[in-house]
Design a protein around this ligand. Structure first.
Ligand code: PHE
Length: 363
């Protein structure tokens, strides 16, 4: 019969030496498995005399219990050190400086369109304007009819306007061709009507996306406009002029920038004026300011009485002005960006060159 203490020493020694959970399991199988050394001892019990069997059986059982306790203890020690090793392997030193490619060298930039929108909000904000929004997908009524654009007006023809499938009730749907439908949406707003009724003055700008079927160096199918609307009981053409002169001088940062108001036509304003800013060309380079040339930058006019009436207000009581301007276009002019299409190419080199620091705040 194999000596009990030899088996004990071997089994407990193997448990202690086990360097990982796999080795520990091998030690368990070697002692307590089907063909294990302790199991082997159990099998010899049947061949012993009854009193011997009782005494030896108790000792084998005790040994089995001892090995089980040792296995359990070793198992938790190994698991704890495996966790500790994993934690120390995966440790990061959060106090180390970021690698350059993740820090300043890769700092993102603001797109010129977003930058100019911020500038618009800052300049018009100082004049008391708030920011209004409307949907890009617009119904024909807000985009055209409310704005006094009759059904046979060329602006409605398929070559300019992106038409979407009509609504279930037959309402024609378009991608808005200008931000002017938000004039109507704003005037129709109950709170705005109440505020006007109480003698208040409406002043909003509406920067946003607009869509027309058009594509070349100065036109993209999607572009940006900013609409302006001022309405109360007394605002007149002089206010329109003053507001736009102040805006253009502030935006282009030229204190004596000359403006030219040219009579024009829009269905939703009367009278209407297109506005040009003074400029000159030197060696093919554009300079904004007093000079011998003009650049058209916006359309404007006194809100047409029909529009005011279409929006549920009395044109005998309320009057005001509106204007609309291409954001991309004024961004190109101010920052010397030659091709409009490049605005929407998402070319990182372009964005790094023409983009603005997010940390540089707008005046
Ligand atoms: N909506 C006009 C356009 O897109 C611009 C405009 C707006 C003109 C408001 C007058 C008043 O061309």
């Amino acid at each position: 019969m194999t000596d009990l203490s030899t088996i004990r020493d071997e089994a407990l020694g193997a448990v202690q030496r086990a360097a990982d959970l796999a080795a520990l399991d091998a030690a368990r199988v070697a002692a307590l498995g089907k063909k294990g050394s302790v199991t082997g001892l159990m099998k010899t019990l049947g061949g012993l005399a009854p009193d011997q069997r009782k005494e030896f059986g108790a000792r084998v059982n005790q040994l089995k219990g001892e090995i089980e306790v040792a296995l359990e203890a070793r198992k938790s020690a190994l698991s704890a050190s495996a966790l500790a090793a994993k934690l120390s392997n995966e440790r990061v030193d959060v106090s180390l400086p970021a690698r350059p490619e993740f820090a300043s060298a890769r700092e993102g930039t603001l797109h010129p369109v977003g930058q100019v929108m911020d500038e618009l909000a800052a300049i018009f904000g100082e004049m008391g304007f708030t920011w209004a929004d409307g949907p890009d997908i617009e119904d024909d009524w807000h985009n055209f009819t409310a704005l006094n654009i009759p059904p046979d007006h060329p602006a409605r023809q398929m070559q300019d306007t992106f038409y979407l499938p009509p609504r279930a009730d037959g309402t024609p749907i378009v991608l808005r061709t200008h931000t002017s439908p938000v004039q109507a949406r704003t005037m129709l707003d109950e709170l705005v009507q109440k505020m006007l009724h109480d003698g208040g003055s409406l002043r909003v700008i509406v920067p946003g996306r607009t869509f027309r079927i058009d594509s070349d160096a100065t036109h993209t199918p999607m572009f940006h406009q900013v609409e302006g609307l001022v309405l109360d009981r007394t605002t007149h053409m002089g206010h329109l002029k003053g507001c736009l002169v102040d805006f253009c001088r502030a935006f282009f940062e030229v204190d004596d920038l000359p403006l030219r108001f040219r009579p024009s036509y829009f269905p939703f304003t009367e009278p209407s004026a297109e506005v040009d800013i003074g400029c000159s060309w030197k060696d093919g380079e554009l300079r904004i300011g007093a000079g011998d040339s003009w650049l058209e930058i916006l359309g404007s006019g006194m809100v047409h009485p029909n529009v005011i009436r279409n929006c549920g207000l009395d044109p005998a009581v309320y009057q005001g002005f509106a204007f609309g301007m291409g954001i991309d276009r004024i961004a190109m002019l101010k920052y010397g960006i030659p091709d409009l299409r490049s605005f929407f190419d998402s070319d990182l080199r372009w964005l790094r060159h023409y983009g603005f620091s997010a940390l540089e705040s707008v005046r």
